[in-house]
Design a binder for this molecule. Structure first.
Ligand SMILES: [Zn+2]
Length: 423
C-alpha cells in the first residue's frame, strides 16, 4: 500500500473546489439522526469516542437539511454539495411532467456529479456504502464504487477486486429492518479501506429504522448510538478525518393511543375539486418505516381551484405552510419541473396523507415517528477536528447546512494534513 503525496491538489465539482486530503476522510450520514439522539446518547455515557472527540476540540453545530426533509434529496445534496434545484432530486418519489409517478432511485434523476465521482475520476480512490440499497445506484453515479448492507450478500466490488463483501466483513449482513444494518454499513467501509485501500474519500449512509421506531434515549436508540460510537472509534484509530451529519431529524407524529395524527389532504379537498390528487414524496420501498406518511406533500388540483384549495388548506389545524408549486421551488431550492401545484408542510406532531381510503388503516404504523417538514430540518453537523480560523472567517455568515459537510471536512480543517482552498 502506498500513499501518493496529494498536498495542494484540488478537485473542482459543481463550481466548488475541494482539497484532496492527504489522509483518509469519511462522511457518515446518520439517517434520521436528529441532534437529540446524539445528546441523549452522550448524556447516557454510551458515546465515549464522540465525547472525547468533542472534548478535543471537534466542531459540532446544528445546520439545515434540505426541504422536504427526506432521505434521497439530502443524501444527494451531501454528496454533491449543491441543493436539489441543481442535483435534480427533490424527494424519494415524484410526479414527472408526463404525469407518471416514480421513485427517484435511478441515476437518470441526477443532474450533478458527486464529489466522489470527481475524486474517483481524478485518480483518488473512493467508496460509497449505504445501508439502504435504494440509494446505491444514485451514489454510484459517475463511477463511484458502491455497495449496500441490504444486498451485501450478492454484490461485488469489482473496482477493488472484492468478490464477497460478507466474507470481507466476516459475518452475514443483517436484514434492512435490523437495528444493526447501519453498523454493518460502517464496518463495510472500514473493511474495504483495510483490504484494498488506502481510500481517499469514503461516504457511509445509514438507515433510519431505529429512529423511526424509538425516541432519543430509548434502549434501542442507546444500542444503536453505542454501536455507532464503537465504529467511530475504529475510523479515528485508522487515521480517518470524520464528518458526521444527518439527512433529516425525526419526530413523534401520533396521538396518545399510538394512532398516527394524519391530515388526509384529498379528503379535505374532495368536495372542492373531485380531481384532487396528492403525491407523497416520502414514498420509498421501506414502508414499514413510515407507511408513506411524512410532513410534506404535493397537491395537484384543477387550475381554477388552486387559490381556493390553498386558502382552505391554510385553515387546517396542523398544516404549517402552504405554497404554490413554483413558489416552493424558490423557497426550498427545488427543481422546477418536479414540484406539484401546491406544497404543504405539517407541524411537529402531524403527518399528511392522501385519503383515509387510500391508506390501509389496518396497516398504519402504531406510534408513528416520521419527518419531511420544517421541524425535522435541523440536523447535527460534526467534524472530528477543530476548524481553521481562516476557514471559519471565510464561511462566517453562511448558514450551516448538511450539504457543506464535505467543504468543512476537506477545506476547513487546520493542521499540516489539510490545506484550505485559497484560504
Ligand atoms: Zn432518511
Amino acid at each position: 500500500m502506498t500513499t501518493r503525496d496529494t498536498t495542494g491538489e484540488r478537485v473542482t465539482v459543481n463550481g466548488s473546489e475541494y482539497a484532496v486530503p492527504t489522509r483518509p476522510t469519511v462522511v457518515i450520514t446518520v439517517d434520521g439522526g436528529a441532534t437529540s439522539y446524539f445528546s441523549a446518547a452522550l448524556d447516557a455515557g454510551v458515546m465515549p469516542n464522540l465525547r472525547d472527540m468533542l472534548a478535543g476540540g471537534a466542531f459540532m453545530g446544528e445546520g439545515l437539511s434540505e426541504m422536504p426533509s427526506f432521505t434521497n434529496p439530502n443524501n444527494m445534496s451531501i454528496v454533491t454539495g449543491v441543493p436539489p434545484a441543481v442535483h435534480g432530486v427533490p424527494g424519494n418519489y415524484a410526479r414527472t411532467e408526463d404525469g407518471a409517478e416514480r421513485l427517484l432511485n435511478e441515476p437518470s434523476a441526477l443532474r450533478a456529479d458527486s464529489i466522489h465521482s470527481a475524486f474517483q475520476a481524478a485518480g483518488h480512490p473512493t467508496l460509497a456504502v449505504t445501508a439502504k440499497d435504494k440509494l446505491r445506484r444514485l451514489l454510484a453515479h459517475g463511477g463511484v464504487p458502491s455497495v449496500s448492507s441490504e444486498r451485501a450478500h450478492e454484490l461485488r466490488l469489482e473496482a477493488y477486486g472484492i468478490d464477497s463483501i460478507t466474507d470481507l466483513v466476516g459475518r452475514p449482513n443483517p436484514h434492512i429492518y435490523d437495528w444493526e444494518a447501519s453498523a454493518y454499513a460502517m464496518d463495510i467501509g472500514l473493511a474495504v479501506h483495510r483490504a484494498a485501500g488506502p481510500l481517499t474519500l469514503v461516504y457511509v449512509s445509514l438507515t433510519d429504522y431505529v429512529q423511526h421506531h424509538q425516541p432519543p434515549g430509548s434502549a434501542l436508540a442507546s444500542r444503536f448510538y453505542q454501536a455507532f460510537d464503537v465504529r467511530l472509534g475504529h475510523y479515528l484509530a485508522e487515521g480517518f478525518a470524520v464528518g458526521i451529519t444527518a439527512d433529516h431529524g425525526m419526530n413523534a407524529k401520533h396521538h396518545a393511543d399510538g394512532s398516527p395524527r394524519v391530515i388526509y389532504l384529498e379528503d379535505e379537498l374532495a368536495d372542492l375539486d373531485p380531481k384532487v390528487h396528492v403525491v407523497l414524496p416520502i414514498t420509498d420501498p421501506y414502508t414499514a418505516h413510515h407507511g408513506s406518511l411524512g410532513s410534506f406533500a404535493w397537491v395537484y388540483v384543477t387550475a381554477d381551484k388552486r387559490a381556493a384549495a390553498m386558502e382552505r388548506l391554510a385553515e387546517v389545524p396542523g398544516i404549517t405552510e402552504v405554497y404554490g408549486g413554483q413558489e416552493s421551488a424558490v423557497m426550498f431550492e427545488l427543481p422546477r419541473n418536479l414540484v406539484g401545484d401546491i406544497a404543504v408542510t405539517s407541524d411537529r406532531g402531524t403527518v399528511v396523507g392522501r385519503s383515509r381510503v387510500f391508506h390501509d388503516q389496518a396497516a398504519l404504523p402504531s406510534g408513528l415517528r416520521s419527518h419531511g417538514g420544517r421541524y425535522e430540518q435541523v440536523v447535527p453537523v460534526i467534524v472530528s477536528e477543530p476548524l481553521a480560523p481562516g476557514y471559519l472567517a471565510t464561511v462566517q455568515g453562511r448558514p450551516l447546512r448538511n450539504r457543506y459537510i464535505h467543504d468543512l471536512l476537506l477545506n476547513g480543517l487546520r493542521g499540516p494534513c489539510h490545506v484550505g482552498v485559497g484560504r
